[in-house]
Design a protein around this ligand. Sequence first.
Ligand code: SAM
Length: 201
Amino acid sequence: MKWLHYLDIYDRYLSAYRDLPVRFLEIGVADGGSFNVWRPYFGDRAVLYGIDISDSSIDKVNALGIGCHGRVGSQADPEFLASVVSEMGGLDIVVDDGSHIAEHQLASFRTLFPLLSDGGLYICEDLHTSYWDDWQGGLRRPGTFIEVVKDIIDCLHKWYYPIDNAMVDMDLHTKVPAVHVHDSMVVIEKAKVDPPVMLIK
Ligand SMILES: C[S@@+](CC[C@H](N)C(=O)[O-])C[C@H]1O[C@@H](n2cnc3c(N)ncnc32)[C@H](O)[C@@H]1O
């Protein structure tokens, strides 16, 4: 899904990466149409990859003729994801627009976030599905990606309180300077975070 309000959100976070040799991975490519936007947006130097479980979707990406690379596999398969990142030569931006199934979103985040470069972004979209039964969703239902994001927000504050939750093993307080939550989209920044220093009490 791509909703109209996503465009401003994308531009807000992605404009800083334009015309750079950014390594970009989109999870879920459908008919490959988004790459007709990503290529002119990021420019010729960007390394653009897409993954999908559908052979025909990947065939369409590879047939676009604009230097985008599609690979067939599941976002829930850590070995596959790691092999794609290795082929890409690293990873700066992820957009998860794949199955929108909570377990898959979490598996991708757990595999790909550690592989992101410092200064990179992890974007997961269509988070309204976290509330929908057909996507293993529900209000405050444990395990949805919205609940994972809430856990991540708690983890950022581990400097101040002994946070203990399902995400604490990733040491995100040292790796995530900011989490930006929008309607249906979260943007998680990756960069080294130093322990906080109190200036005035
Ligand atoms: C919403 S569409 C992607 C739309 C595309 N990003 C765009 O903007 O045009 C979701 C895609 O995710 C793919 N998908 C579903 N389950 C997947 C999985 N486990 N791993 C990777 N891709 C998956 C589907 O085949 C489908 O092509």
